[in-house]
Design a protein around this ligand. Structure first.
Ligand SMILES: Nc1nc2c(ncn2[C@@H]2O[C@H](COP(=O)(O)OP(=O)(O)OP(=O)(O)O)[C@@H](O)[C@H]2O)c(=O)[nH]1
Ligand SMILES: [Mg+2]
Length: 711
């Protein structure tokens, strides 16, 4: 086969008409800085974090060449090899091989490599060079390499590979201009890529290559690379949205696979060894060590943070600090927002003439949306903490610590990153399970992830804790303790159900965890603040749209139909309203838990999202107190009674209600994501059933037990 030595970028055709932006793919090992580079080139703000597996789905953006020409860039999940082991890696493989229906095959590939770990990173590069596409190597993390005493000669690497090698530091913006220039060149050299495929495998490669070119429409070089991959990896991980191979190719592949199994030859091992030998040859003159490797700063920190005793002490202290600051730091901004909302309500009351419209504004909109907005400071603090853990590299250490307890329930530390992420929100947590290799473990992790207390539960817990304990009698530390208890309960629940599911639904052994511990990075406060504000803005947007709409709907449902007696009390009015009737229908089911029909309305509406419980309580109990001045919601809840005058929100009921929200599956968005990720309705429905069933049962035990003990 005669190979070209250069490939030109697609661009203006000879006739000078329509121009197609060339497509670049960002490819590299996990955590080597692809997304940082992608963001710097495109101006987008995709999530970065100092642990492997942040990006799990492809993302497309546009950058501009030095001459202002648009270039399309695809950011991809990281992988150590094209032999995909998990769904996120399969996305990378399929984009590169042109198997995706929704993504064009890249014209050029930017291989991002971590300079502090060059040999290992070059393994993937070497596989990519097989594809015969023009490659630009971005030699990233030069600062990290220098810090651990590794010196690299980029020019020598460029000579060895035959493609441009650009040293850079993505976080500091160094090397970006040079990279852009290399990307802008219309003529791109192809790598001097010759390595000898072991002879016996070569004939199989040739046969399969022909089949792929003929039946699967691959170009000769891609077909060859894919043949190598198929023969050594057998293409086990499949993802939705990728074209399957033709039947003919499959037959051929199966025949070779059978033959090699019979002959007991380890061709994939042979091939890996051959590749590493080739890489060693390439890097002989490239890596120069300055001094003997001594324990790095990261190693010294890890001696404490990964210690079997100190590590746990630090973990517990970090969590305690987080919950404590949620209560103490947020106090002032919260009081301020509280006062503004109350003032707004009173101003509206004074300005508008009494009537349904005024009630809609004060009792529906101000009470509903205001009730939820006051929790913004706490949400921001939570996200700031999560950001700190993610950007410093602590996340990977937490997973390492958790490996032991996780293995007791049949999962490994890998599953802990999605679970930890679910403290912020179950949706990114469930997405992050794509990095889990074993599909059974992935399923179990998806099933239990929503048990981790997410940020939407925060307002519910905070409201109920405030109702439960009057401000002055109990210190912030005790409130934080109660909150930690809820988080611990959810986490314990997740572990318990993971254990149960691994023993019943999806049996399977405990896989070993292989995860890189990245070097610690100083926290990037600006980046963390930006991500935190983004999440805060999302929270406000939610309050201004979904929660606003639901509050209005709920207010209408509580205001109509009108009571026959115009002098009816607000409670009597709600009682016979549409919402009241719905609440009464479910009251028999929830009365054993100590909840009345008004709480029942909140349970129904918050099925959309948990924080809607707070706005619903605002609407319902705000209406009841409509005659007085706007008071904090917790006071309204404390004043609420059963028809016989007994207090409704007793401490026991508040606690039970919090526990209900720990376990119940009250989130439409999560249901939708689980449906998409598991590709069936079976699992999300099962999840709703088991979580809400558990919530009911545990609440029954707590409430009735508490009653029996005299609370
Ligand atoms: N010191 C240093 N840190 C860097 C550099 N480039 C990126 N980082 C940091 O490395 C970490 C990983 O960066 P990401 O851009 O998320 O890496 P990624 O390759 O997209 O990772 P995955 O999506 O998990 O595969 C982040 O903490 C970055 O701030 C660099 O040149 N020097
Ligand atoms: Mg990334």
């Amino acid at each position: 086969m005669k190979l070209p030595t250069h490939i030109s970028l697609p661009g203006r055709s000879a006739r000078g008409d329509a121009e197609r932006a060339p497509v670049f793919a960002m490819v590299g090992n996990p955590n080597c800085g692809k997304t940082t580079l992608f963001n710097a080139l495109t101006g987008l703000r995709q999530k970065v974090g100092n642990y492997p597996g942040v990006t799990v789905e492809k993302k497309v953006g546009t950058a501009y060449s030095q001459h202002g020409r648009p270039l399309q860039i695809i950011d991809l999940p990281g992988a150590y090899s094209l032999a995909a082991r998990s769904p996120d890696e399969a996305v990378l493989r399929d984009v590169l091989l042109g198997r995706r229906e929704d993504t064009p095959q890249p014209d050029r590939i930017i291989c991002v490599v971590d300079a502090s770990n060059l040999e290992r990173n070059l393994y993937l590069v070497h596989q990519i060079l097989d594809l015969g596409r023009p490659v630009v190597v971005a030699l990233n993390m030069m600062d990290v390499a220098a810090a651990v005493g590794i010196r690299i000669d980029p020019a020598a690497l460029e000579r060895a590979l035959g493609v441009p090698v650009i040293p850079c530091e993505a976080v500091n913006g160094k090397g970006l201009m040079e990279l852009r220039l290399a990307m802008s060149r219309t003529e791109a050299p192809l790598a001097k890529h010759s390595w000898t495929v072991p002879a016996p495998i070569a004939s199989a490669v040739a046969e399969l290559q022909a089949a792929l070119a003929q039946h699967d429409a691959r170009s000769p070089l891609v077909a060859r690379a894919e043949a190598l991959l198929l023969l050594t990896d057998f293409d086990t991980v499949r993802v939705a949205g990728s074209k399957p191979l033709s039947a003919r190719t499959h037959e051929l592949l199966d025949a070779w696979r059978r033959r090699w199994t019979e002959e007991k030859t380890d061709w994939s091992g042979e091939l890996i060894r051959a590749r590493y030998a080739a890489i060693r040859g390439l890097t002989r003159d490239v890596i120069l060590r300055d001094r003997d490797a001594k324990p790095s700063v990261s190693d010294r920190i890890d001696a404490v943070l990964c210690h079997s005793v100190w590590g746990w002490a630090v973990f517990a202290a970090l969590m305690a600090a987080m919950f404590f600051s949620i209560f103490t730091l947020a106090e002032y901004p919260m009081n301020w927002i509280d006062a503004q909302v109350a003032a707004l309500g009173d101003a509206v009351k004074g300005a508008m003439t009494p009537g349904d419209l005024r009630d809609l504004v004060t009792d529906g909109i101000v009470a509903g949306v205001g009730g939820i907005v006051i929790f913004l400071p706490q949400i921001l603090i939570l996200f700031f903490f999560v950001g700190l853990l993610e950007s410093t590299g602590y996340m990977a250490r937490a997973a390492f610590l958790m490996d032991r307890p996780m293995s007791k329930v049949g999962l490994n530390g890998r599953s802990f990153i999605p679970l930890l992420g679910s403290y912020a929100c179950a949706i990114p947590g469930i997405m992050a399970t794509r990095t889990i290799e074993n599909h059974r473990d992935r399923l179990v992790t998806i099933l239990v992830a929503p048990l981790m207390s997410c940020s939407a539960r925060l307002p519910v817990y905070l409201l109920l804790i405030a109702t439960l304990i009057p401000n002055d009698t109990v210190s912030a530390a005790q409130k934080a303790g109660l909150m930690m208890l809820m988080y611990a309960l959810g986490t314990g629940g997740a572990f318990f159900f993971a254990w149960l599911f691994k023993r019943t639904l999806v049996r399977g052994g405990t896989p070993h965890m292989i995860m890189e511990l990245p070097a610690y990075q100083p926290p990037r406060v600006a980046e963390i603040t930006r991500q935190m504000l983004e999440r805060g803005w999302l929270f406000l947007k939610n309050a201004g749209t979904i929660i606003l709409a639901l509050s209005i709907v709920l207010w209408v449902l509580t205001a109509y139909p009108k009571h026959d007696n115009p002098d009816a009390t607000p409670t009597e009015q709600i009682e016979q309203s549409f919402a009241g009737r719905a609440g009464q229908v479910i009251e028999p089911v929830i009365k054993p838990l100590g909840f009345d029909w008004r709480i029942g309305i909140g349970l129904i509406t918050s099925f959309a999202a948990r924080e809607v419980f707070v706005s619903s309580m605002g609407v319902i109990f705000g209406v009841e107190n409509a005659e007085e001045d706007t008071a904090p919601l917790r006071d309204a809840l404390r004043a609420a009674t059963w028809p016989d005058g007994a207090r409704l929100f007793t401490p026991l009921v508040c606690l039970t209600l919090m526990i209900y929200y720990v376990f119940a599956m009250q989130c439409m968005a999560t249901v939708a994501v689980v449906k998409r990720e598991t590709n069936s309705w079976r699992w999300p429905l099962f999840q709703i059933g088991y979580m809400t069933g558990t919530a009911w049962l545990v609440c029954l035990l707590v409430y009735q037990g508490g009653r029996a003990l005299g609370f």
